[in-house]
Design a protein around this ligand. Structure first.
Ligand code: AMP
Length: 395
């Protein structure tokens, strides 16, 4: 259930609307190489144009560290937006973001027009959520719309601070979709709820594991983090990724799973090699069978079968992190197999950011998933059960 207001709940006719977008797009030699985020922002922008708002867009791009960096200017974004919207999007090229160009452009705006501000991280105050820049941003607007889920876990001027100084703060469509899918999965899931966690480290997903054990029916652990669990079970893992400091934690999590009645699955066979190399000779070894000098780089075929069986009847699946070193084609089988199973089952499937999104897209199965989260860090924090400041500040 969405307990935040969205752009559908407000009237913006004639009002100045500041929209925080995620235009943090990759740029090479002045050209945008992936427009997914620009295209993703269009529904909210078009809705506000149709409703007669005066739309002022803002975003960060990269890490200019509080000063103007020409390569990180949003000028190319304004150009692409103009083409997508079929209208002139005015770019306010102020190094101080809210400068003379921005003020003049906003003062002269008609209803339905669009202005884009310069990279918000040109200002050093942005990432410190300092009041003066929040107030400057708010001085341009009556309404604040946050549509940048990927930055919602950061309390910055343009994601949080500005909301204190405008009349109304609501979610855009992208943000609303993220809150709905991730929120429902974690707080109000259709069961059985299965979470699949992978990736390199237990340490980066401690709180996720801990929180999900309170919520899920089944927790599947693959990828590099599984070896720490194997050691907790008393197995040798050779030269596989291991976080020795987290073995005790892994034991605690296994005990917690038992106590909560959660089915916790870890790999029962492993694809191993002697080198971290796609072309290294590899073999499959059974549970407990990793020898000294060998490292696990993917889950084995039996594990694929067991994991697939465990998600088959799920009604909600959340997946974060690859099952192996999926960047190397010879060790991508486990990850691809999970992607294929999720594409087939009759369940709400949510892919939580970062590498699992890359893996799903690499397998060409992106459009078969119910929801692909755009924010890696933000979706992880959501799964940790944290309240994200960029969502908490909305009405
Ligand atoms: P993370 O950023 O923690 O989600 O981890 C993603 C990374 O984990 C990817 O780059 C994978 O190559 C890596 N990974 C997954 N499984 C393994 C493994 N068995 N050994 C080493 N790295 C792995």
């Amino acid at each position: 259930m969405l307990n935040k207001k969205t752009v559908d709940d407000i009237s913006v006719n004639g009002k100045r609307v500041l929209v925080r977008c995620d235009f943090n797009v990759p740029i090479k030699d002045g050209k945008i190489t992936d427009e997914t985020r620009i295209v993703g922002a269009l529904p909210t922008i078009k809705k506000l144009i149709n409703d007669g708002g005066k739309i002022i867009l803002c975003s960060h791009m990269g890490k200019p560290k509080g000063e103007p960096v020409p390569e990180l200017s949003l000028a190319p974004v304004a150009e692409r937006l103009s083409q997508h919207l079929g209208m002139n999007v005015i770019f306010a090229a102020d190094n101080e973001v809210v400068g003379e160009n921005a003020k003049k452009a906003v003062a002269e705006m008609n209803n339905g027009e669009v202005v884009l501000l310069q990279n918000t991280r040109y200002r050093k105050e942005e990432t410190k959520n300092e009041e003066n820049f929040s107030k400057e941003l708010a001085s341009l607007a009556d309404v604040f719309v946050n549509d940048a889920f990927g930055s919602a876990h950061r309390a910055h001027c343009s994601t949080v601070g500005v909301s204190d100084y405008v009349d109304v703060s609501v979610a855009g469509y992208l943000m609303a979709k993220e809150i709905k899918f991730l929120g429902d999965a974690v707080n109000n899931p259709v069961r059985p709820l299965v979470a699949i966690l992978g990736g390199s480290k237990v340490s980066s997903k401690i709180s996720v594991i801990n929180n999900l054990l309170e919520k899920v029916d089944t927790l599947i652990i693959g990828g590099g983090m599984a070896y720490t669990f194997m050691v907790a079970l008393g197995y040798n893992v050779g030269t596989s990724l291991l976080e020795a400091d987290y073995v005790e934690y892994a034991k605690e999590m296994m005990a917690k799973a038992k106590e909560k009645g959660v089915k916790l699955l870890i790999p029962v066979d492993t694809v191993v090699a002697q080198e971290f190399d796609n072309d290294a000779a590899s073999k499959v070894v059974p549970e407990g069978g990793i020898e000294d000098g060998w490292m696990g780089l993917d889950i084995g075929p039996k594990t694929i079968e067991i994991f697939s069986e465990a998600v088959k009847d799920a009604k909600t699946v959340v997946w974060n992190g690859p099952m192996g070193v999926f960047e190397m084609p010879n060790f991508a089988k486990g990850t691809n197999a999970i992607a294929s199973v999720l594409a087939e089952i009759d369940a709400t499937t949510i892919i939580g950011g970062g590498d699992s999104v890359a893996a799903v897209n690499q397998a060409g199965l992106g459009d078969k998933m119910s929801h692909i989260s755009t924010g890696g860090g933000a979706s992880l924090e959501y799964l940790e059960g944290k309240e994200l400041p960029g969502i908490a500040c909305l009405d």
